[in-house]
Structure formats: C-alpha cells, structure tokens
Design a protein around this ligand. Sequence first.
Ligand SMILES: [Zn+2]
Length: 474
Amino acid sequence: MPDARIPAGSRPPQEEVLVRAAWVLTSGPAGEIEDGAVHVRDGRIAEVGPYRELRGRLPGAAVEGDGTGLLIPGLVNTHTHLSEALATGMGSELTLFEWGERIVGPLGTALTTEDAREGTRLRAIEMLLSGVTTVNDMFVHSNPGDAASVGVVAGLEEAGLRGVVSFGAEDADMSGARPGAPPWAGIGRIMAEHEALAEACEAADLVSFRYGIGTLLGQSDALLEAGADACRDRGWAVHTHLAEVREELVAATGRWGRRTVPHALALGLFERPLIAGHGVWVTEPDIEILAAHGVAIAHNPVANMILGSGVCPVPRLRSAGIAVGIGTDGAASNDGQDMLQAVKTAALLQKVHALDPSVIDAPAVLRMATLDGARALGLDHLIGSLEPGKRADLVLLQDSVCVAVLHDPCGQLVYGASPRAVRSVWVDGRRLVDDHACTTVDEAEQTGRSRTLAARLAVATGLRAAGFSRLGPG
Ligand SMILES: [Zn+2]
C-alpha cells in the first residue's frame, strides 16, 4: 500500500520517471521492446526504447519497475454506464428490454448527483485496477428533480481518470410514443441536462462531452430530431447504442420501415463523429454505411454474453476498416468493470463462435483495447499507444504469477493477465495506482459508503421490495 493516500479531490503530481519492464508493448510504431522503458515527463511520453539506452541518457532519473512483467498503454474502456455503478447484480436474467423497463426506469427516479459521483468513484477504482485510463460513459438514468449525470464528471475528476461522458435519456417506448409521459421527460428538460453536462465538462481537466442517445427506439421522433439538430449546430460528437439485440431490428422496421443504422443515417447522426455500443446485429449494408461514415463500434463481449444478445462480427467490422474498441458495458449489465476480463473475453468469444482459434489474435485484441479504442473516440492523437509526444497514460503489470512467465508477452497479457498484476497506473503522468492500490480514492472507505448508498437506492426505488436486491438497509 502507498505510504500516504492522496486526500479525496486532489491528485498526485505529474512525475518524471523511467518505467521499466521485461516487455514494453507499445501498440505503436516501436512494436514490442524487450527490456524496454518509457520516459515520462510533464505528463507526456518523452521517449520509448531499450532500458539501457534510456538509462544511459538519464542517469539521474527515478526508475519504476524491476525489469520483469509488462508495460502497456492505458486501456480504453469504450463503453460503460457509470449510472449503474450502485445497481450491479440486479435482474441479471432479464432480457435487455425487460431490464430497461424494470430496473433502469425505477432507478432513474431516485438517483441523485451525489449517488452518481460516489458510484463513479467506486467503479473508477475497479477500472484503474484493471488497467483502464480512459472511459467512455453514458448516463442512462433520468431523475426528474436532479441533473444527476453531472455527478459522473466530479467522480472521474476526483479519481483522475480520463473520460468522455454523455447523457442517454429516453422519452419513448418502442413505438415512439410513451402515453402519459410525465412533463419532466419533455425535450426541454432533457436538452437542459445535456447542456449542464457539457458545461461541467468545459470546466473539467480530463473529461470531455458527447451527445448521448440511449437508443434510437427509446426516443420520440421529436427528441431524435432535436438531438440531431443540436449536434449539427454545436459540433457535438455522439455516443449511442446500435444493433444490440435482435428485437431492436424488428421494432425499428415496424416503427420506421428500416433498421436502426439506416435510420441513424437518415437523421444525419453520422455527419458527426459517432461511437455506438455493440453492433451485434449489423447487416452487410449496415457495415458499408458505418465504414463509409467513419462510425466506430464499442464491442462489449461480457455484456453481450450475459444478456444473451449475440456475437458481434468483430473480424468483419475490422476488415471493413471500422474502428472497434472494447468496453465493459455498465456495472449492471456485465456485472463488473474489469477491463482485462473484457479483453480476454473479446478474444475467446470470437474463437468459439467461429470454431477457429486463428480468427483473431492477441496483438489485434490488445490493439482494440488501446489504439483502436482511442481512434474510436477520436483521441488517438493523444493516447492509445506508447509514442513520444502522447499523454503519459500507461500501465505496469508486475509482481504476479500471471505475468511471471512470458514466452509470448502479448498473448500472456490478453489471455493470462488479471487485476492482481496491475502494479502501477499513470494517467497524464500522474500515478493513480501505486503498489496495487488506488492513490486517489480510498478503496475501503469508498466501498463502505457505496454499500450504504446502494441499500438506500434499493429501498427508495422499490427494487428491494420487488425482489431485485437482497442488500439490507445501510
Ligand atoms: Zn450500454
């Protein structure tokens, strides 16, 4: 454990350090470097190369790492919902549409800005300890009395994570009209929360904004059009879900006479940079549309398996030139935020689905989790690979049996690494994990507080009475 914890709300300083490992997997032009090192200075990567060369030029530099294990770029979690942070484990056996109706809806009525902030801090620990340095989030709950999504920005800033946040409110059922929709679900209120979230991001250090659309089917046509107009006028990029489950295609065809991908195209949503979760049920014409417009896909293998959604055609999407990143998806549809587990599962799912172990290899999967994920978010000029000039987001894996034997360093990372090997994590040159512990959020304290908040939410929303939680009152 670190000697001194950083008090909540403040971050450790940017440090100058030479980080050394048996293998540096750069995801960049330098490839894989044996006994390599990265020189971190002023929040940036100054140099990448063989340890002895760098050490010779920097004899006085502090060195982190004992020359064993792996050093990789920070992982990019391209799709999650931190609004679900305190709702993990509820309704795991429901279908996506049932789950939205029975869990997401009731939770939204009670989730506050403070719950969002606390839940974000809790899950930030889990993400950092599994090597995540950047997260793309969508807040999917809507509280009539509280623009709760803003709490995510505060939570990410306190934890020190790099983030992209959005608000994915819905105001309709699958037909496009939710009879008797309460006034707070009106377009004015929803657009006001987008504005509030964008404003909070402007004041943030490492968190930026995207316009969120939970699902196309979950929005009225009026809200879809208002959102498309706002993105065009404001230059906002977009985060949504597309082609996640088969029911979506049937419902969209019934409502609009076309699938969700061509409908998003018709709305003009692909005129802006757009990342969509899932893409499980895309057709060949859909893939052509996505590729032609530079639409990126966040692949969430664990969530797709838990919900029984299907298998995303990852090799086909990649061969079409589409940027495919990897995501955990939300804490309530995964039910964890362990990115290393998502990375491994991304490889395994393709192999078993194709009945072919060569259908995807470890370097491709690591690239998806790093550089391709950064490209999917339009951040590859800043992060995603260990290259001089990029921001210093990196992960050192050491001190564990799972990285002790490295016949195939990249293969061992993808198929064998677990959070127990994550020794140090830097974001923007600040050490957020030191000696396997988070430096910005106290894990024991945060866990205790979150348990109390989750119990309160389960009672206040009626979800405990409905049998979805066995958590006792605080
Ligand atoms: Zn999602």
